[in-house]
Write a protein that binds this ligand. Structure first.
Ligand SMILES: [Zn+2]
Length: 344
């Protein structure tokens, strides 16, 4: 399978996150992508760089002022002679105004971010833009006739909304890939999100749309991040009614539970009958993941790849989470290798 990857991801490095009361080095670190790339190269997959796209492609999914904020936030922080880490420290909660964007950088951070685990460092924009281009390039390859393509995106994207960032995500790579497929001729697209965490950003972006189905398997937000979206009663609104389908599972779930839920998700996709599929591929469902609580093991990832390929759809796979760095390469390569074999 063609793998789209840019070394620019490594510029997003050195940030810290607020995790369980401590400022700790970011779990979402460059070694993740290095391990995935090494495993895919060793398995013989062809690696290709992302193409350039006009910024108007980003605005198909994201608010233009939000994109401009992300691009300029670090320079603004430095220009104001700030010290320390570029993290928000206040958010517009219930009872406060969400219609007014403050002009100061601290207020803007709280306006656009929804957590304090997603730092902006000097190279964040370069990396986020390269990841978005990788996802759109993989979509372009599929439009041009590849059965499937994989975007090795880092930073990930599925938590980023139309005008919000968080959960290590800045631009929504999977949503950009889905929109690209639609803009280039697909009638409808399904997004299946198999990251451990609910893809709240992707859900929000397509919430009122009937040309994108969003299906997600994830740890229940009752106890797991992102806590405030991803429940089973969220089903879309307006034209999108019934096109969002959440399958939250209890923390601690293993393959037996997971396999059944994945089958239910795949049945829902078959009923929607899309022209193409986007997979938000997180492997933080792995038992040894440091910030997640499912119990999948190495042999389960090829099974997932085979089941996804069984849909028989043109498919763009987009990298999301996975923080057990030692095994992230073998687990991603397990999905990609099995998918490519089954699809061939
Ligand atoms: Zn995740």
């Amino acid at each position: 399978m063609k793998v789209v990857h840019s070394p620019l991801h490594a510029r997003h490095d050195g940030g810290v996150e607020l995790y369980r009361g401590q400022l700790v080095p970011l779990f979402e670190k460059p070694e993740r992508a290095a391990m995935i790339l090494a495993a895919l190269e060793a398995a013989g997959h062809e690696v290709t760089p992302p193409r350039d796209f006009p910024e108007s492609r980003l605005h198909r999914v994201h608010d233009a002022e939000f994109v401009a904020f992300l691009r300029g936030a670090y320079a603004r922080w430095i220009a104001e002679d700030r010290q320390g880490h570029l993290l928000p420290s206040g958010f517009p909660a219930r009872g406060m105004r969400r219609d007014h964007r403050p002009s100061g950088i601290s207020g803007m951070l709280g306006y656009y971010a929804f957590d304090a685990s997603t730092p902006i460092v000097a190279g964040t924009w370069d990396a986020a833009l390269a990841a978005a281009r990788a996802a759109m390039t993989a979509a372009a390859l599929v439009v041009e006739g590849e059965a499937a393509a994989y975007a090795l995106c880092r930073p990930p994207g599925h938590h980023a909304g139309r005008s919000t960032y968080g959960g290590y995500c800045y631009l929504n790579n999977a949503a950009l890939a889905a929109q690209y497929l639609l803009d280039e001729g697909c009638r409808r697209v399904s997004v299946i999100d198999i990251d451990y965490h609910h893809g709240n950003g992707t859900q929000e972006i397509f919430w009122e749309r009937d040309d994108v189905q969003f299906v997600s398997l994830h740890g229940t937000p009752d106890t797991e991040y992102p806590w405030f979206l991803g429940y089973a009663d969220e089903r879309g609104e307006g034209r999108g009614e019934g096109h969002t389908f959440n399958l939250p599972l209890p923390a601690g779930s293993g393959w037996d539970t997971y396999e059944g839920a994945l089958g239910t998700a795949l049945d829902a996709i078959r009923r929607y009958a899309p022209d193409a599929l986007v997979v938000s591929l997180g492997v933080d469902t792995f038992a040894a993941d440091p910030i997640s609580a499912f119990r999948l093991d190495v042999p389960h990832y090829p099974l997932i790849g085979r089941l996804l390929a069984g849909l028989g759809l043109p498919t763009v796979l987009v990298q999301e989470g996975g923080y057990a760095v030692a095994e992230i390469g073998i687990n991603v390569a397990g999905v990609i290798g099995a998918f490519a074999t089954r699809a061939a």
